[in-house]
Design a protein around this ligand. Structure first.
Ligand SMILES: [Mn+2]
Length: 195
């Protein structure tokens, strides 16, 4: 079972997380930002990951620290659970519809952090979430998971749908990238011999 727990405490946020990669999509998420909870719940369900994430942050300042740090902890949870990454498919992609919206996610768990993020969101808030902070969330994830992450909304109307499509395709791309291939189970997925 590939599982991990992370506790990350700073003067800005206190976060406890746990992850089971081979889960059943069971979640227990509370970040203080209900729309972010909704997205992390979708992520757990569509990825088939069991995810607990309890965050208490300085929301009286603004949502920046909480949203970014949730991305950091999620990245740390995956990095820890994947151990040396032996036998994993390593890369994954998914194209996701959400009614009128189409989004794509492609990622590589190769150890080199990069984020390219284009959400096409044209409102400042969805629910109470400050939408620009999702860039910081995915950057925190990419940096701490050791992942190259590209996410793009191709088209859509509803800003709620755009963000929802992003989290769904991100989850499914990550689910494939984390999954193992029986034929390759003793191998590191790199010609370099190191991830
Ligand atoms: Mn929704």
């Amino acid at each position: 079972m590939r599982e991990s727990t992370v506790e990350r405490i700073t003067k800005e946020t206190q976060i406890q997380g746990s992850l089971r990669i081979e889960g059943a999509g069971a979640y227990d998420v509370s970040t203080g930002i209900r729309f972010l909870d909704h997205m992390l719940e979708l992520f757990s369900k569509h990825g088939g990951f069991d995810l607990t994430l309890k965050a208490t942050g300085d929301l009286e300042v603004d949502q920046h620290h909480t949203v970014e740090d949730c991305g950091i902890v999620l990245g740390q949870l995956f990095s820890k659970a994947l151990r040396d990454r032996r036998g994993i498919n390593r890369a994954g992609y998914f194209v996701q519809t959400m009614d009128e919206t189409l989004a794509v996610a492609a990622l590589d768990l190769g150890g080199r952090p990069t984020l390219v993020y284009d959400q096409q969101v044209n409102v400042v808030h969805v629910g109470e979430l400050q939408t620009e902070l999702l860039h910081d969330f995915f950057e925190g994830f990419a940096n701490h998971a050791g992942a190259n992450v590209h996410v793009k909304v191709l088209y859509g109307r509803s800003n709620h749908h755009k963000i929802e499509a992003i989290f769904k395709c991100f989850a499914r791309a990550l689910r494939y990238a984390c999954s193992t291939d029986e034929r390759l189970k003793d191998q590191l997925p790199s010609t370099k011999g190191l991830l």
